[in-house]
Design a protein around this ligand. Sequence first.
Ligand code: IMP
Ligand code: MG
Length: 427
Amino acid sequence: MTTVAVVGTQWGDEGKGRVTDYLARNARWVVRCQGGPNAGHTVQIEDAVYRLYQIPSGALSAGVRPVIGNGVVLDPARLIDEMDALTAKGVDLSNLLISDRAHVILPHHHLLDAAEEDLRGADRIGTTRRGIGPAYVDKHARMGVRVADLMDAQELRRALERNFAVRRAYLSSFDPPLTVDVDEVNARYLEYAARLAPYVTDTLAVMDRAVSAGDNILLEGAQATLLDVDFGTYPYVTSSNPTAAGLLMGSGIGPTHLDQVVGVVKAYSSRVGDGPFPTELADEVGAGIRERGHEYGTATGRPRRVGWLDGVILRHAARVNGLTALAVNSLDVLGGLDEVRVATAYRHRGKLLDSFPASLKLLAECEPVYERFAGWPADLGTARRLADLPESARGFLRCVEDVARTPCALISLGRERTQMVEVHRLF
Ligand code: IMP
Ligand code: MG
């Protein structure tokens, strides 16, 4: 009986979906705990590619029960589309559970996400414009609409009125004013409610029973440590806590029940959206990694910025998540390069800095200090044990473990389910 949290250690897109899918084979429950349709997880099984946005990646494993937890902001229209697309590919979602405490993304959250980004101009955050930030604002301002409200026509109307009593003034202050037809929203969301009702439940009670029964539970992080509203590159972050404590909060599982925290780290870095990126490669080495790694956003299709692995960031992630193991992804993508680098510290005005600064101004003045490794061959696809890997790749992995002060449990060498080296078992 084990509860394992899987978190991203960089800016997202580390391949958490792949690691969750791998670990889910031994899990009974997989829980999405925060975020919403801003996330995009890609999982390849044989020749089929599955894209998951709000449903946990572990849903693809037979016998696993996927849960959308209380910490999520749910877009019902997009969830229904996602369910239909997965069902059409033969995925059985009859076991899906949705927390009645999750919050609901409303049409004006989309409008505000886009309008506020436009007002920021060159200072924009680069959000996915899926309404995530404004939905969390309404939640914390105590005027959100919860799934429980959605399940009751009278409560839905009341919750919408309560929201618009306050929101209307702000919406109308835009030029041109942002308009929402409350009656139309009410009617449309009642239709969504009818579709989702069979899945909605008190997931806290379900999780409590699962913990008591000793079931293996996987908490699946969306986004990542540097997008965490507390620990990330604020304000270039998302509006939730994708770190380990946030996953507990968003699943309703108490902190004393967490056994392992796995940090997923890509062998290089990538970032969608704006904000500082000390190890960014704005050259043809970066362009090559982007192509080999298919570094285009799952949720938005945007090309991702790429760079070397940043050990200062990884160490920061190890600290704030309390990592117990690493899952290193995409080692194969770096194959074929003459040289591979890992930043092990920053230099700031002649002084070495080994912890990640809060000030973005200071961060922008930092220069990465690199450790260099000889490249390895492009094809690592048949390696199944650590010993099968070239010495240069093993040296790279030792460096990653050293900067994170955390051992590797999993190393991924390709997109296929079988292309994985399991150094030690988590479940
Ligand atoms: P938001 O979550 O849409 O508000 O976007 C805030 C920031 O988080 C932007 O830089 C997004 O690109 C980034 N972001 C949000 N979700 C993901 C994700 O799943 N992967 C990578 N970046 C993300
Ligand atoms: Mg993604």
